[in-house]
Design a binder for this molecule. Sequence first.
Ligand code: ADP
Ligand code: MG
Length: 281
Amino acid sequence: MTATPLLNAPGEARGLAIDFEHVNHSFIHGDRAVRVLDDFNLNIEPSQFVSIVGPSGCGKTTALSMTGGLLRAREGSVRLDGREVTSTSADVAFLFARDALMPWRRVRSNVELGLEVRGVPKAERRERATAWLRRVRLHEFAESDVLHLSQGMRQRVAIARTLAQSPRVVLMDEPFAALDAQTRALQQEEFIRLWEAERPTVIFVTHDLEEAILLSDRVILMASRPGRIVADMTIDLERPRTQEMRSSERFRELVVSLYDQLRHEVDVAEARRQESGGDDD
Ligand SMILES: Nc1ncnc2c1ncn2[C@@H]1O[C@H](COP(=O)(O)OP(=O)(O)O)[C@@H](O)[C@H]1O
Ligand SMILES: [Mg+2]
């Protein structure tokens, strides 16, 4: 790989602030309420790129769903630029591990989908979809069947579909988890470059600590049962970020520090499980 920066000068930042204030949430399992988020507080500045890492079941997807208006907190508030989230919004777009493309629609038509749902006129839809397909280097496949694409290409279609909506907030739930290591590295670079263009605020959920550090301004570490924030780490690596930065001394320090905190949390959770006689479910 070359040492070329991944991006050009940043464009206009148009992200929204996201604020969780004293959020508590429980799900009902049979006859018990299981506390999922416990006094969850998080303030994200407009256009910040924030990753959330933490063990399975700690409430990451729950927090994303609340931000996107798919789920309402039982207590506390979630606000976008000061306004309480009560429903889904055209400002907020999602990207998941499984690309959720419509197999019966061609590539371009999949990219247009989000715009179609929002009532964007056909000519504009087409223009925006074409421009985004070019940005993800898939314009030659505009009329292809999505079934004929590789997993990595499919995820680029999904990225184009998400960003074509010009969202001011992007919520990503392990978006690259289904990709092989090389494809994943390329997509990380590509996504970061695309993100720089309009700088939506991003919440990025991942299991991959290095991915979190490479992409983010800030990494939030959550612990489970109940889900809460146990570390909030500022990533002071310069931008534009490159894959080459992984070998820098500062990057390695950040990885070690995050692993230490994670290990500590795992130990604490394990000790608690022993105390409660292993009955933690
Ligand atoms: N719709 C639901 N109904 C009941 N329990 C749920 C629901 N969604 C999530 N949970 C539970 O809440 C906890 C947190 O889930 P989730 O937010 O998906 O965690 P994560 O994304 O960190 O793996 C888990 O114990 C999960 O089983
Ligand atoms: Mg999840």
